[in-house]
Structures are given as structure tokens and as C-alpha cells.
Design a protein around this ligand. Structure first.
Ligand SMILES: [Fe+2]
Length: 236
């Protein structure tokens, strides 16, 4: 009798635990960059049923999951989550379906706990396979970096406090207007930068033609000024 009770208790607890979600590995199916919500698919199977008779089932897609990014009311750092990005899901301890609408304090609408419907995408995550085939940069380990892995483009704040912006010659560093999606490249082009060492060297050494002794007017410089940078663009 006692043994039966203990088996029953155990089965009840197991059945209950099956419905309690804490953390799950998942991947992004789609990401809405405006609402910061994602559709995600857990990358582990759900194990249900009593010991020895377990069945492994895929979890369903989880829709409209909030994505935890660094943001305040006025500022945001938004990673460009895309299909198949591995992430971690956390699960709120109570129903947040209504709670997430605004910042008002109120009762949870439903009694569910740690439910799949109350997931949040916590962070991007690297798989072991990706870590081997496509590791994150092993340099700049004491620096804050924003790094585009395909092109090598990086914005870094060094331990000394320098700000470094580096990119491949095929890319450009833009300061000032554009290039935003809604600004055509030709709008940006007039702002190309010629300042810096090449410009100073030219100013220091350039010679004017048509100089008249005692005259107040010169001709234009004999040598043309350095070409505009194709890579650094700056607004007025
Ligand atoms: Fe001059």
C-alpha cells in the first residue's frame, strides 16, 4: 500500500514537472525588428510519459515571444536576429500575456505557471559546432566590440578608451547623414572626407600658378587636392 502511494506520488510529481518550463534551447524562426517579438522553435524534444515508456515529441512553434534586448524608453541596441539563430528561452513563472502589454501592475489573467506561452528570448547562443567552425574573435578580449563576422567590420572601445572603427576597403565608414535605408547613396556621396594627413600634406606643399610679384591675386593651385576618400564619409 505504502509502495503504491509512493509510486503514485512520484508519477504525480513527474506529470506536474512535465508542465513546468524553466529554460529551453531554441532557434529563431522569424523576428519582427519593430515589435521585438520572435517566432521560435525549441531545439530539444519534450519527453512525456512514465519511466520506461517515455515518448519524445517535438515542442510546437512558440509565437510572438518577446525578445530581451538592451533597451530603455529612448535607447536601444538591437541585434539583427535572423532565422536559425540559436537562442535560449526563459519562462516567466506566471502568465504574462496581459502583463506584457504595458507597465501597469495587475493580476495574471490565467493560472498557468512556467508555461510555454510565457516564454522570453533571453540571448543569442553559440553552438559547439559554430564555435569550432565560425568562432567569435579571439582578439580584443579586453575591449567592448560590435563585430560583423562576415566582413570583419568592427567598432571597438579599447581598454585605454580609444574608439576604433575598422572595416574592409570594400565597406565605408559613414559619419553624418546616411546611409540609411531611405537615403539614396548619391545623397551621401557629397560628404566624402578629405581631412586628415593627406589633406594637410597637400595644403603644406601646394603651389599656385600665375603668381604676380606684388599682385593680390593668384591662379589656382598647380597640383590638384587629394582625391576624396572613397571609404570615409562625413557630413557638414
Ligand atoms: Fe593655396
Amino acid at each position: 500500500m505504502e509502495e503504491n502511494l509512493s509510486v503514485l506520488m512520484r508519477q504525480l510529481m513527474e506529470a506536474r514537472l512535465e508542465r513546468v518550463h524553466t529554460w529551453l534551447p531554441a532557434k529563431i524562426i522569424s523576428f519582427n525588428a519593430e515589435t521585438l517579438r520572435a517566432t521560435v522553435e525549441p531545439t530539444i524534444k519534450k519527453v512525456v510519459g512514465p519511466d520506461g515508456q517515455e515518448i519524445k515529441l517535438p515542442y510546437p512553434l512558440i509565437l510572438v515571444v518577446p525578445v530581451d534586448v538592451i533597451k530603455t524608453y529612448n535607447f536601444i541596441i538591437r541585434p539583427p536576429y535572423a532565422k536559425d539563430d540559436p537562442v535560449t528561452l526563459g519562462f516567466y513563472e506566471r502568465s504574462v500575456e496581459e502583463i506584457l502589454q504595458d507597465i501597469k501592475q495587475r493580476d495574471p489573467k490565467f493560472s498557468r505557471k512556467h508555461h510555454l506561452k510565457d516564454a522570453i528570448v533571453v540571448q543569442g547562443r553559440m553552438t559547439d559546432k559554430e564555435g569550432k567552425e565560425r568562432p567569435a574573435p579571439g582578439c580584443w578580449v579586453d575591449q567592448l566590440i560590435i563585430h560583423r563576422r562576415e566582413t570583419g567590420t568592427v567598432v571597438r572601445i579599447t581598454a585605454d578608451g580609444d574608439i576604433v572603427i575598422q572595416c574592409d576597403p570594400a565597406q565605408g565608414v559613414y559619419l553624418g547623414p546616411g546611409p540609411l535605408d531611405d537615403v539614396a547613396p548619391e545623397v551621401v556621396a557629397p560628404y566624402q572626407m578629405i581631412r586628415g594627413t593627406p589633406h594637410k600634406a597637400w595644403v603644406d606643399a601646394h603651389v599656385h600658378g600665375g603668381v604676380q610679384p606684388g599682385g593680390g591675386v593668384t591662379g589656382p593651385p598647380v597640383t590638384p587636392s587629394p582625391a576624396l576618400s572613397k571609404h570615409v564619409h562625413v557630413g557638414d
